[in-house]
Design a protein around this ligand. Structure first.
Ligand SMILES: [Mg+2]
Length: 391
């Protein structure tokens, strides 16, 4: 089989109607790079990736008159990765990954005008499409190819964002809604208000939902090390399943290790790790017990399998960030797979709500993978045309 063409489509949704935010960051437009790899025997592989966004050159650019243009990783897939891969056998994902990754350390790598973040996002989109082709060629779901540890995976819901005028009782009501939807694990955002106010938010949710609901807390890099240690100790009585990215970006390895050493709450991180070496440092020196490597943001499935092996050797669990349509297979495929992140509404995950005509369902905090080849998804071509800009 040979690769004949690669499409890159930047999907961009309108900004959310109501402003909401994590510790330090407002939530902006949801966007996703859709990659389609075409082959000479008619199989088309679907891949997805999302760029850093937030004004960084992720996958799109907004022009001065408000139009959306493909940019960053979307352009890179067509202009740089496609010429590299056309004519290659799409089943050779390991070899092709190395060929793409080498772009990062060739002589004059910046002269083409691309940075490493775009390269790693582009690799993610293409690599994920190659795994779809592998599954379709073998007539097997990807989770079976990865190892088939299970076909049903636990899911949690992420919520508890900050909003103007949102009270603690509003937060409790929101979490009760998730419990009514059948969720048995909820992740709340903390770190935007004082530690004492956040402890009060968490206490109120725990009191309302009782001891059987799993609660995770995501700081999104909102604390310095002393504040993270103080917050962790104050939060310990509330039976927290994990504390996520508690430390500011500049001390996210050694500083994180100090926090991990000073609390009984397991530490989670990895959504911002770009490759296996970042993941290694988070495990070895950052004290991470829950690895959240996001292979739809960086480097793809091929790289994440190496990280899964590292997790297995270090008693670390894998709970990837975002994109349940891809990460569900990963968590189902490998033994270290722990749980998948999902969102309750189209506001936070319009991809899940709008982009597919066929995809698994999430019921009672569980996703059951479909017995269909590859990722098992079918794209809604109308949604693609409505939201997509071709690079
Ligand atoms: Mg997070």
């Amino acid at each position: 089989m040979k690769i004949t063409d690669i499409e890159a489509i930047a999907l961009v949704w309108p900004p959310p109607e109501k402003h909401f935010w994590t510790a330090l960051r407002p939530i902006g437009r949801v966007n996703e790079l859709l990659v389609r790899v075409h082959t000479d025997d008619g199989i088309v592989g679907i891949g997805e990736a999302h760029g850093a966004g937030m004004g960084f050159p992720g996958i799109y650019r907004e022009t001065n008159d408000g139009a959306i243009e493909a940019a960053g990783a979307s352009k890179l897939v067509v202009e740089v990765l496609k010429p590299l891969l056309v004519g290659e056998d799409p089943l050779d994902n390991e070899r092709l990954w190395e060929k793409m990754f080498r772009l990062n350390h060739q002589v004059g790598w910046t002269s083409a005008g691309w940075g490493r973040p775009q390269v790693l996002t582009g690799i993610a989109g293409v690599d994920i499409a190659l795994w779809d082709i592998k599954g379709k060629a073998a007539n097997l779901p990807v989770y079976k190819l990865l190892g088939g540890a299970r076909n049903t995976v636990p899911c949690y819901v992420t919520g508890g964002y900050y909003q103007d005028g949102k009270t603690v009782s509003d937060l409790v009501h929101e979490c009760e809604t998730y419990a009514d939807m059948g969720y048995r694990a909820i992740k709340l955002k903390i770190g935007h208000v004082s530690v004492e106010e956040d402890v009060e938010r968490v206490r109120a949710v725990r009191d309302s939902l009782g001891p059987d609901m799993d609660l995770m807390l995501d700081v999104n890099e909102g604390y310095d090390v002393p504040t993270a240690i103080r917050a962790a100790r104050l939060l310990e009585p509330y039976d927290i399943r994990w504390l996520e990215e508690p430390v500011h970006w500049y001390d996210r390895i050694e500083g994180l290790g100090k926090v991990a050493d000073s609390t009984t709450i397991p530490i989670a991180s990895g959504e911002n790790a770009q490759h296996r070496w970042d993941a290694r440092d988070l495990i070895n020196r950052g004290g991470v017990k829950v690895m959240q490597f996001d292979c739809t943001r960086n480097s793809g499935i091929t790289e994440c399998l190496k990280i899964a092996g590292m997790c297995a050797m270090n008693n670390v669990r894998l709970a990837p960030h975002h994109d349940p349509q891809v990460h569900g297979h990963l968590v189902a495929g490998v033994e270290v797979g722990e749980i998948v992140e999902t969102f309750p509404t189209a506001d936070r995950d319009p991809i899940w709500e709008e982009l597919f005509t066929v995809r698994p369902e999430i019921r009672n905090s569980e996703m059951t993978l479909l017995d269909r080849p590859g990722w098992g998804i079918e794209l809604d071509e109308d949604a693609l045309r409505a939201r997509g800009v071709w690079a």
